[in-house]
Ligand binder design. Structure first.
Ligand SMILES: O=c1ccn([C@@H]2O[C@H](COP(=O)(O)O)[C@@H](O)[C@H]2O)c(=O)[nH]1
Length: 272
């Protein structure tokens, strides 16, 4: 999916919500555990209940890898279900990959070709040759970790190198890489005030903004500093939506949570 198509979906559905599928077998309703594939059953129910309120889904790959081969099967079924039932929805593999070039190329093939994700999160630490193999794929996005939502972001990302914060250097440097038009960036909602500075460097790029909900980030603040006339934001919430209830109507309650965020987003979109 192109950025233009994603923007069209955002205006059409009046939402820039991304629902995080951080599906933890220990947190899903226990009655699902008797199903053949409890993780997929949970994801399917969440997707069916929330798809009208979001434009994207972001499975965090760690939750699937932790279950070994069966986790990978559940992930594949989930992405195939999205492709078949809701092809208009944007998909993000939150995998935080990046390695020497030939290895990165294999990661890119795994997530873009085999699984068919629209995008993948990538760590910038190993530099240009570790990221460019992802950028070569047409109509696929590489979402570079710029300023993350966690406390540890202050250990390196906000430290100054030659007088400039590292996260700014990462963004500026990445703009010179081949196919940089395929870049998006992760900026944590918990660091919303930094978005004003970030928008001076990348006024148009899409930002994936995790941290609203369980991590305490504010949607209003994110929009205040980060929204553009084309929106340019995908705001993710995972636990606050998918674990809103562990009763038999968990999906319905997740759907209501997602709709409540969509309503806040509608108000923000009305201001543009
Ligand atoms: O800076 C980052 C980068 C990624 N994440 C991921 O987003 C979700 C957030 O989940 P919540 O339950 O809404 O807190 C999760 O998959 C993280 O690994 C992030 O939080 N911050």
């Amino acid at each position: 999916m192109t950025s233009q198509e994603l923007t069209e979906q955002i205006f059409k559905k009046q939402t820039f919500l991304c629902v995080g599928l951080d599906t933890d077998i220990d947190k899903i309703p226990t009655y699902l555990l008797s199903e053949k594939d409890p993780v997929f059953s949970f994801n399917k129910a969440i997707i069916d209940a929330t798809h009208q309120s979001c434009v994207a889904y972001k499975p965090n790959i760690a939750f699937y890898e932790a279950l070994g081969a069966s986790g990978w099967r559940s992930l594949k079924k989930t992405i195939e279900y999205l492709h078949t039932e809701y092809p208009e929805l944007y998909t993000i593999a939150d995998a935080k990959r990046g390695d020497i070039g030939n290895t990165s190329r294999m990661y890119a093939k795994a997530f873009f070709e085999d699984l068919g994700f629209d995008s993948i999160t990538v760590a910038p630490y190993m530099g240009k040759d570790s990221v460019e193999p992802f950028l070569e794929f047409e109509n696929k996005h590489t979402i570079l970790l710029a300023l993350t939502s966690n406390e540890g972001a202050y250990d390196f990302q906000t430290q100054k190198v030659d007088g400039e914060e590292l996260y700014k250097k990462v963004i500026k440097t990445s703009l010179d890489w081949n196919n940089s038009e395929n870049l998006m960036y992760v900026v944590g909602a918990t660091k919303a005030e930094y978005l004003a500075e970030i928008r001076k460097i990348i006024p148009e790029n899409f930002l994936l903004v995790p941290g609203v909900g369980a991590q305490g980030g504010s949607l209003e603040e994110v929009c205040k500093y980060g929204i553009t006339s084309n929106v340019g934001l995908l705001v993710n919430s995972s636990r606050k939506i998918i674990y809103a209830s562990d009763s038999s109507n968990f999906a319905e309650i997740a759907g209501a949570k997602a709709e409540a965020i969509q309503n806040q987003m509608k108000d923000e979109l009305a201001k543009l």
